[in-house]
Write a new protein. Sequence first.
Length: 66
Amino acid sequence: MVVPLKWQKSSFSGGGEGNDCLELASTSTALHLRESDTPAIALTSAPAAFIHFLAVIRTDTLNRQA
């Protein structure tokens, strides 16, 4: 049996019911990211890879390497 994911909206979405929100769900082995206006398409990643991705964004490391 497949358990449905419990999606949570980003705190930056303003708490409204509109379809312009970033949503995150997690399982014991993966993190899932989607836009609420296209819920059928989701990015799935191992937690360690996702944490690295966020660190690169926060520190702007990618632009410094170019």
